[in-house]
Design a protein around this ligand. Structure first.
Ligand code: HEC
Length: 218
């Protein structure tokens, strides 16, 4: 009984304290100061539970399918490297350095359970930098990246570059393109693998070179 009474007194006090923290602006939302360890633990636990619960029913395709792997390589290079880096891009970028939570590195991504990886890539993670790629890409392209991620741990820069070169490139498939699983005769394959890096296709690519800027102004 005594315990219950104490709880009844303490619970409203905790709510008042938490509200004061929010209302006064004392809670720091800056990305360059870490969460308190307790806050971090709660968020991390909530994310893990939330994704696991939602990913449980996801049906995993054959992740050794060469066509899937080929498509995944080009898409990873086009859309993920700026945050998650790669065997050939080990230097931190402005995004990988500045985001909080920090994006896990490529080798860590490769160890993520495929259902979890797929769900996260498709739906993204709120209030982190991780976008919901399912908004613009068909599932098969997302699975391509999951398949490719699994190959990343231990991959050399040379093998990584070879995989990207052999990939049909960057394919969205969200209705704007229809690409038959890395078919070399598919329309989009006529643009070389590097087409993925064109600013118009890749929201994450580096700003257009100065020369292109000039074109717009003349
Ligand atoms: C703008 C930065 C950014 C880009 C671009 C990005 N991610 Fe992420 N990603 C993140 C961040 C940040 C997290 C960690 C989120 C968290 O911990 O709450 C994350 C998490 C993940 C996870 C979950 C890891 C785990 O341990 O559960 C996977 C898988 C992933 N990203 C794959 C990708 C793939 C594939 C792409 C490219 C299509 C991509 N990401 C593009 C920032 C990014």
């Amino acid at each position: 009984m005594k315990l219950l009474k104490t709880l009844f007194v303490l619970a409203p006090l905790a709510v008042v304290a938490a509200s004061a923290l929010v209302v006064t602006g004392a809670y720091d939302v800056a990305a360059d100061t870490p969460h308190w360890p307790a806050t971090y633990c709660v968020i991390e636990f909530a994310r893990t539970r939330s994704v696991a619960a939602r990913a449980a029913d996801v049906v995993v395709p054959d992740l050794d399918d060469p066509a899937l792997l080929r498509s995944g390589a080009g898409n990873y290079a086009a859309m993920c490297v700026s945050c998650h880096l790669s065997p050939a891009d080990q230097e931190e970028t402005e995004l990988s350095l500045g985001l909080y939570p920090r994006p896990p590195r490529w080798d860590a991504l490769g160890a993520v359970e495929p259902r979890i990886a797929f769900w996260t890539i498709k739906h993204g993670i709120k209030a982190s930098g991780m976008p919901a790629w399912g908004r613009s890409m068909d599932d098969r392209y997302l699975w391509g990246m999951v398949a490719f991620l699994r190959q990343l741990p231990g991959m050399s820069a040379e093998r990584y570059r070879a995989a990207i070169a052999a990939s049909p490139g960057h394919s969205h498939g969200g209705g704007e393109t229809d690409v038959g699983g890395g078919d070399p005769h598919a329309p989009q394959a006529t643009s070389a693998p590097r087409s993925s890096f064109e600013p118009v296709d890749d929201p994450m690519s580096a700003p257009a070179p100065a020369q292109e800027h000039d074109d717009h102004h003349h």
